[in-house]
Design a protein around this ligand. Structure first.
Ligand code: HEC
Ligand code: HEC
Length: 354
């Protein structure tokens, strides 16, 4: 009886709630962002240095930071390894004077480096601040960003080795940027109404487009560094394509493949979750953690131990079924009453490592 009354009250309450939501017709949804929330997003640094936090960092500090957090990908001297494009190189003293990088003309330099291209020091600072290190974006303190920027500019011969870059002198250093006069509004990626797109007015409706933009990945490069799709980082939009497959012929095909990859990814996460619940259902998790030892060894330690053992799955299925002791210590594992099917699936899952 009480249960029924409770149920009735719950239904009435939820009806009242939905009526009030409709009546308010969106006016009471959400709230204004707080100043702190806006500040967390509003981190861009502009060419006039609006948005630049105060601080400083020396070339020397930059070198230390670089070796610890940047050199693994960008090379000790910013020359970069085979995967990443070089940051430093390709400029001359003459460029620093002229503010225009000679090597940009006529493709004399096979690969354009960051210091060749970047016109504004604020962009360098901003980019490092928001995006680097690649594996831990937004983890650097302002002083560290100053130091990294100083180190890159010192490697490039723009500033001396004993220089300390700060918000006070950054505008002076801008005047030494090798490609500071290289910014141009004369060219765009596309031509819109006969003009480069950089002169276009932003169009919000009934916009004319000049065809679809696509990009291609040369066949020779597709799989040279493994399957790109498996290297997606978990931060930000996921865009990797399966490079073990031949290139898609149409944009639509690419989009379908990306959709498929997204569902497969979800599927495998689900499968992983499912095996955890099978382990839980059969009480394995009271004694085993996936990553940590409880009474018994962690599942991942088991996977490591039997990595190279032939037919380990058959032996272990038997041990789980009948119980075992002495391999990991003195505490025995009692015989498990899980079904044969579950034990087989669990042992296979454990041996894969998770
Ligand atoms: C794990 C690898 C990795 C590490 C570590 C790393 N980066 Fe990068 N960096 C990249 C990748 C990848 C790109 C290109 C990203 C892109 O194009 O979206 C990049 C781009 C850059 C660029 C811009 C290059 C250009 O011309 O567009 C700068 C500058 C840079 N990194 C600085 C740093 C600094 C400073 C650190 C250390 C604090 C660092 N990176 C650490 C991988 C890394
Ligand atoms: C009451 C605690 C307990 C429970 C429940 C338990 N285990 Fe164990 N398990 C252990 C202990 C303790 C060991 C280490 C035994 C040893 O040293 O030989 C172990 C060892 C193992 C091993 C490795 C055996 C070897 O010889 O290397 C596997 C695989 C394993 N357990 C799987 C499972 C699975 C699957 C379940 C659930 C169906 C499960 N365990 C439930 C305590 C438990």
């Amino acid at each position: 009886m009480f249960k029924r009354i409770n149920l009735f009250l719950a239904v009435v309450a939820s009806m009242a709630l939905s009526v009030s939501v409709y009546a308010d017709a969106y006016t009471n949804i959400g709230r204004a962002a707080t100043a702190e929330e806006i500040a967390a997003w509003d981190i861009d640094v502009r060419p006039d240095f609006k948005g630049l936090p105060a601080g400083s960092g020396s070339v020397e500090e930059g070198e230390e930071l670089w070796e610890e957090k940047c050199a693994s990908c960008h090379g000790v001297f910013g020359e970069s390894n085979e995967v990443f494009t070089p940051i430093v190189g390709g400029i001359s003293e003459g460029d620093v004077k002229a503010g225009r990088v000679a090597n940009l003309v006529g493709n004399r330099q096979p690969q354009k480096t960051t210091i060749m291209k970047v016109a504004t020091i604020s962009t360098l600072w901003d980019y490092i601040n928001r995006a680097m290190p690649w594996t831990a974006p937004k983890s650097l303190k302002p002083d560290e960003v100053y130091a990294a920027t100083a180190y890159i500019l010192s490697l490039s011969g723009v500033i001396p080795e004993d220089f300390t870059l700060s918000d006070k002198n950054i505008a002076e250093v801008q005047k030494l940027m090798p490609n500071r006069n290289g910014m141009s509004l004369k060219h765009g990626l596309r031509t819109v109404d006969g003009k480069p797109d950089v002169h276009s007015k932003a169009c919000m409706k009934n916009c004319k487009t000049t065809g679809k933009l696509t990009s291609t990945f040369p066949v020779s490069a597709r799989n040279t560094h493994g399957n790109i799709q498996q290297q997606n980082r978990t931060f930000g939009a996921v865009r990797g394509i399966d490079t073990t497959q031949p290139p898609a012929k149409t944009l639509k095909e690419t989009q379908e493949r990306l959709k498929l990859a997204a569902t497969e990814k979800k599927g495998s996460a689900k499968a992983k979750g499912d095996m955890l619940s099978v382990a839980k259902k059969n009480n394995c998790l009271t004694c085993h953690g996936v990553k940590n030892k409880i009474v018994g060894p962690s599942f991942n330690d088991i996977a490591t131990k039997y990595k190279d053992v032939k037919n380990a799955n058959v032996t272990l299925e038997g041990k789980v079924k009948k119980g075992t002791s002495g391999t990991w210590g003195d505490i025995p594992m009692p015989a498990q009453s899980a079904s044969d099917r579950d034990i087989k699936a669990l042992v296979n899952w454990i041996l894969k490592g998770n």
